[in-house]
Write a protein that binds this ligand. Structure first.
Ligand code: HEM
Length: 187
């Protein structure tokens, strides 16, 4: 994955736990690189090793860590110069979820080796959307839960994410029910 992702993992750990813990995570993951290049692709295995090492070092499950990372990513990208791209993707949670593929297509202009996820949305009853997540990578579904929660914060939209189908259980792809309260309908 692009170094931007590894940079964000480093920042999340440094902000929440301090630089010393990050150094321990890096050593445990057997990663010698101190400074990632945001626009350079790195092997997926490196990112995977960082997540596993952080999970052991912080005694948090990989699921909890990836979920926290998803939430962090929404704020991180907005702060790291991708705010205009985020703004283009929509001004409400459902609109934004609907436009995730367009967002990554725009990201791909500057990141030519991007291997982006693919999302489909299905409008269900009022306040519920089904989000279908297809990926060439394994194990990132918890990150999607955190990402949607982070977007809920961004749009001040209370949200609950329920996983309806998991690739780890043999489904073809991951499916989430996103239950949200439109800010206009809040008391
Ligand atoms: C402007 C904001 C964003 C930028 C710049 C961005 C960029 C990226 C980059 C660089 C990757 C790594 C893929 C690779 O290196 O091949 C990635 C992966 C991913 N992104 Fe985004 N992204 C953004 C917002 C979002 C949002 C809001 C979501 C919400 C669902 C999201 C979902 C994902 C997922 C799930 C992956 C993992 C890749 C996979 O499943 O294979 N991204 N994105």
């Amino acid at each position: 994955m692009y170094g931007l992702v590894n940079q964000a993992i480093r920042d999340m750990i440094c902000v929440n736990h301090g630089q010393e813990i990050w150094v321990k995570v890096r050593e445990r993951a057997d990663v010698e690189i101190e400074q990632f290049e945001g626009m350079e692709p790195y092997p997926d295995d490196l990112t995977h090793r960082l997540v596993m090492a952080a999970s052991l070092e912080l005694q948090q499950s990989p699921h909890a860590l990836l979920r926290a990372f998803g939430e962090f990513w929404v704020r991180y990208t907005a702060a790291e110069g991708y705010g205009p791209l985020m703004e283009m993707a929509g001004s409400s949670l459902p609109e934004f979820l609907h436009n995730l593929d367009d967002l990554h297509a725009r990201v791909g202009v500057n990141f030519p080796q991007l291997v982006p996820p693919a999302f489909d949305t299905e409008e269900m009853e009022e306040g519920t959307m089904h989000l279908h997540y297809h990926s060439q990578r394994q194990g990132l579904a918890p990150m999607v839960i955190g990402l949607v929660e982070g977007l809920g914060d961004r749009f001040e939209t209370p949200v609950e994410v329920e996983q309806l189908a998991c690739r780890t259980d043999g489904s073809d792809h991951d499916v989430f029910a996103v239950h949200y309260v439109d800010p206009a309908d809040q008391p």
